[in-house]
Design a protein. Sequence first.
Length: 365
Amino acid sequence: MTEKLFSPIDLGDLTLPNRVFMSPLTRNRASDGDNLPHELHQEYYAQRAGAGLIITEATQISPEGKGYAWTPGIHSDAQVAAWKKVTDAVHRKGGHIAMQLWHVGRISHTSLQPDGQTPVAPSAIAAKAKTYDGDGFVDTSTPRALETEEMPRLVQDYRKAAENAKKAGFDAVEIHAANGYLIDQFLRDSSNKRTDQYGGSVENRTRLLKEVIEAVTSIWEPKRVGVRFGPFSNANDVSDSDPMALFSKAYSIAEEAGLGFLDIIEGQTGGPRDASDDKLAELRKHFTGVYVANNGFDRDLAIKRVESGEADAIAFGRPFIGNPDLPTRLEKDAPVNESNQETWYGGGAEGYTDYPTLEEEKASA
């Protein structure tokens, strides 16, 4: 019997071949200056086209949205053209690929911002976090608070990025609202101390999320749109006094918009799965679309969660680095390679496109 994890799933009118999704993975290999994906990206993503759905590395919606060296953008015509070559490469292999739309907010440094400007955030509160500026890890810069009058421009940046992602040939988009980046900063009461309509109550703190979803779904069929949340993750120095109330509202906004999927980091990002199953199940009651669970899954847990209906699909991150054919390996219960952590961020082909498939391993044995 084939486990449900390896069976097709529908995302709106899109039928995906399996429920093993590739999670967004920042790899810091875009070209310097113009933030373009290039030939290596085409090969890297095409190698992983066997995923039910590839979700790209986080991709900044504007120059202001950048927070790390060598990350790609989706705000220029050149970037659209470069990404189109990536999506074409994936589609030639029969794969499906979504773009993750990203604005880092305060998780940036003046050296990474246009003309050395100050990063933006809901409030002028520095994060106790670091970023990578191309030379090494540095403390993030103290941000300035976005003015109320700037918010429509910010939402328009998301709308334009969504439009560009469609031009670039993506099958879907994911709005990044986790890991302490801009939308997450607005959601959490530790980082949002605003007194206007974007701060204070849960209703106000979720306003930007709602406006961004409305903007993106003005371009995309809602079932082709997802959101990434990390309800219990404190990544990049965020927290909330009542995450259940906050994320019940956030999930409900996604539900009311008719979105296709939620991509949920269960526990601490890249760390322990310390979120209680009861709380995750309670939040899930607020969303009836495809539930993609993420964070620290192995084969057995992934199969169990999908068979039980606790998740509809599982997003794997780091295992996809060293295993371009991860769905095949999981289905056959074959060995899964460890990846070289020293090549996760930055560099060239080494540790990026040179990991073998199971077939290649057998051929060389």
